[in-house]
Design a protein. Sequence first.
Length: 210
Amino acid sequence: MDSAIFYDCEFLTAPGAPQRFWCGPCDPDPVIAQIGAVRLGLSKDFPILEAARWHVLPRGRDGARLPLDPLFVRLTGITEAVLDAEGLPLAEALGQLDTFAGGAPFWSWGKDEFNMLAISCYVAGITPPIPATRFGNAARLLLAAGVPHDEIVQLRSDRLADHFDIAHTPLRGHDALDDAKSVAFTLQHLLRDGRLRSDALTRPVPGDPA
């Protein structure tokens, strides 16, 4: 495997929904509206090879398009107009993501595949097109690189590159592509420093850190 995919997704939210685990009477289902992905090369200087962003039309259990809460719009910059212009059906967006990956493993900060696939596909009534065995938690990679557990659990994807003082282009938090870049820049840094072996990125299924 000569590359790995770092991805992130933005899913619907409303004020207080995370604290209620999306269980409030008016909380939206946490289905995705945006996916971002970055391909990181696993040889030589570990280059960023390509990047992509997809907007997804968030639909409810009845198939109707779900409205965006003002908090979600403020956090992500995703508006109804953006979705009108660029939004794809969930199955199409996931198909394009799978094609982009070309069989490479997926890594996110945490387990974004739950919202991107498990929840979103369940609500849409479709079979997840990418198996769970393709996805890994990038926090495990930091553990394998020797970063202390108590430090890792305090970190967030959008602040990850800044935490390691990595020089990078400006990144906007709560943008799926920029959050994916933040994680990719961090793993690129750890690989270049020799703190992590590239073959660790080819084994996404949980197990002992490489």
